[in-house]
Design a protein around this ligand. Structure first.
Ligand code: AMP
Length: 359
């Protein structure tokens, strides 16, 4: 441990108050830390379990008071305005920092950074007008996926382009905002690696897991992923290289495509705990949320070994009503996020089923 270690009893500030923040608070509490969230919405999943500043990210007085009240700041929501993060960083450590966050907030800076670090992505081109889109199609070919550069999630802000006709007026349909066109990857499967880097520069990866999406939203995560050892090694090397190149302290999720020829391409990264790491709460020696706490507080990183094969399933919208059946199922671990209202597409909770046959 270093002189910069924040011992248990310290207060962790968290930007954002969704379910990721809630689970971060629960893990931090187990290690004896206090948490304080900064989140504009008054009633949010993390507000039920932590102290809460309900203010907008441009409220400088609220940001300054928050910085005074906490010992370190992290985030569970990557679209926090950079100006807010920079203001906090003047008086309190923010981990991960503003520069990594700025890279991850924009698909153009993200892909440029990855490619410069020698990490492969799908072929892509920036698009800032309809004529850029037409030129990008000439360069990359079809099919492709047009995505807004900023603020997209769960398939929002993206459209598949199968034919030249699909591209007609598509730039305006996505809001006439900066975009990227990506070549469509005919992947064998999708995986992700959650990697952490401590204050001392040590790095640990959770094993790659397999992600199955439904309606562009993560539906299930399978652990272990159905991949060869060589693919798993490639994936861990990519995640390690990414977190090192970012000079990052904290937890990072890297989403990847496994191509049919065994190549691994990065789709995107998230500078925070990730839905595909929820299995680790019940299935690993250390969970992703505890690992995030360890990384940002300067504690030694934990053991990421899988203790049980498992499958995590999201409870989306009304699926949350299945909770009595899930509770009755042996080996099923239920996690509910305390959201008052279920809406289609809204993540309400998840269930992890342990298969109890670790390697
Ligand atoms: P994203 O918002 O970039 O994570 O995309 C959401 C999902 O859309 C991914 O998890 C994939 O299932 C699919 N997708 C995104 N980009 C591509 C691509 N270039 N090729 C094929 N599928 C994609």
């Amino acid at each position: 441990m270093s002189d910069n270690t924040l011992p248990p009893g310290s207060t962790i500030g968290i930007l954002g108050g969704g379910q990721l923040g809630r689970m971060l608070v629960l893990a931090a509490a187990r290690l004896g830390y206090r948490c304080h969230i900064f989140e504009p919405q008054i009633d949010c999943p993390a507000s039920h379990v932590a102290k809460h500043t309900a203010a907008n990210y441009d409220d400088t007085a609220a940001l300054d008071a928050f910085a005074k009240a906490v010992d370190v700041v992290t985030l569970e929501f990557e679209n926090v305005p950079i100006a807010a993060v920079e203001r906090l960083a003047e008086s309190v450590p923010v981990r991960p920092g503003a520069s990594a966050l700025a890279i991850a907030q924009d698909r153009v800076t993200e892909k440029t950074f990855l490619n410069q670090a020698g990490i492969q992505t799908a072929p892509w081109a920036p698009v800032e007008s309809q004529s850029d889109l037409d030129a990008a199609i000439q360069k990359i070919g079809l099919p492709g996926v047009l995505k807004t550069a900023r603020l997209g999630y769960d398939g929002k802000g993206q459209a598949t382009v199968r034919t030249v006709n699909d591209a007609d007026g598509l730039y305006a349909k996505l809001g006439s905002v900066p975009c990227v066109l990506e070549g469509f990857v005919d992947f064998a499967l999708e995986i992700s690696v959650i990697v952490a880097r401590g204050l001392d520069g040590k790095i640990t990866c959770f094993e790659p897991v397999e992600n199955i999406h439904r309606d562009h939203i993560l539906h299930r995560t399978l652990v272990p992923a159905r991949i060869d050892a060589s693919v798993a090694q490639q994936a861990n090397e990519i995640a390690t290289r990414t977190i090192e190149a970012l000079d990052y302290t904290g937890l990072l999720a890297v989403e990847m495509f496994v191509c049919r020829d065994g190549r691994v391409l990065v789709n995107e990264m998230a500078p925070r705990p990730h839905n595909s790491g929820h299995w680790s709460i019940d299935g690993a020696a250390t969970c992703q949320f505890e690992q995030a706490v360890r990384a940002i507080c300067g504690l030694p990183l934990g053991d990421t070994t899988r203790i049980s094969d498992c499958e995590m399933r999201n409870l989306i919208g009304n699926e949350v009503n299945d909770w009595p059946d899930i509770l009755a199922q042996p080996g099923a671990r239920l996690h509910l996020y305390g959201k008052a209202e279920s809406r289609p597409g809204r993540k309400m909770g998840h269930v992890t089923v342990l298969h109890n046959k670790a390697q």
